[in-house]
Design a protein around this ligand. Sequence first.
Ligand code: NAX
Length: 329
Amino acid sequence: MTTTITLTGAGGQIGYALLFRIAAGDMLGPDEKVRLRLLEIPQGLGAAEGAALELQDGAFGLLEHVEVTDDPAVGFDGCDLALLVGARPRGPGMERGDLLAANAGIFGPQGAAIAAHASSDVRVTVVGNPANTNALIAAAAADGIPAERFTALTRLDENRARAQLAQTLAVPVDTIRRVPIWGNHSATQFPDVSHATVAGEPVAKALEAIVGDVPTWLDETFIPRVAKRGAEIIRVRGSSSVASAANATIEHVRDWVHGTDDWTSAGVVSHGEYGVPAGLISSFPVRSIDGEWQIVEGLEISEWAQARIDASVAELVEEREAVRALGML
Ligand code: NAX
């Protein structure tokens, strides 16, 4: 079988980190051939064309075809998986409203182009920020495609949270499970350890033995460290997260297509679960079953946790209102 994958922002940093892993089979597995469509704006075409030449030189057996274009109609033609990475970054002096408007001008037309040209069962993953609201805008513009096919990446936040827990507890990261991210992919996000386990045991007990007062550690150390990890990477590395973001994108799509054996996190459309207003694209604990994300329901949420979820969701509501006020939703 062959899957057609459209990558926007293919000439950018995350695009460069993603392409070779996709071609090597890390996303869809060793039996699935891939056809890549690299969609850029005119200024980014040279970098995308260069990446296409290098893909050729990688001589990847799974890579059937690469096409570089700045035309969304060509870029999304027959697309099964859309990775929307290209976005307008916040420039100097740019207000949040300007940023939302600039991105609505990208993600609205891309949503419409997906509806017009992609496969009817297309799966869309938005990485470009503000990811949740960009996904909302694209979904709203994609007439005829269910909003459930549009997701925002919060897997990197979850991976950061699991890694911080593993480091604190001095255990291998794959022994840490069930650390969902709630809300927005922003500094208001809520990485939630209430249901987390380490080697199958509740994480809270293990944490108490190491950090003492767990609620204070969560408030003052863990949550801010995870939520501001992107800024920490920029400070230390001198550039934003790239390979870790590409890795999280690979894992998000792989799990969506192939299924999960436990919970993970993804920005998906709310139907009112956990008090999140219907229609918003918010991060939730999710499972992937039969190729569909399902929100993990029925979890006991403390008052403290609900307040954190509500605060991040309030930011999503504000972003939706701002985009509506601009007439772009
Ligand atoms: P770069 O600036 O390196 O690359 C962006 C690329 O997108 C550029 O080549 C640009 O020409 C292209 N582009 C812009 N508008 C486009 C359009 N309308 N159609 C097609 N291509 C377009 O940024 P990079 O470091 O790759 O980051 C990409 C996005 O990921 C940013 O918005 C960034 O904020 C976001 N991130 C999201 C993360 C997440 O977890 N959701 C984490 C990493 C990252 O911060």
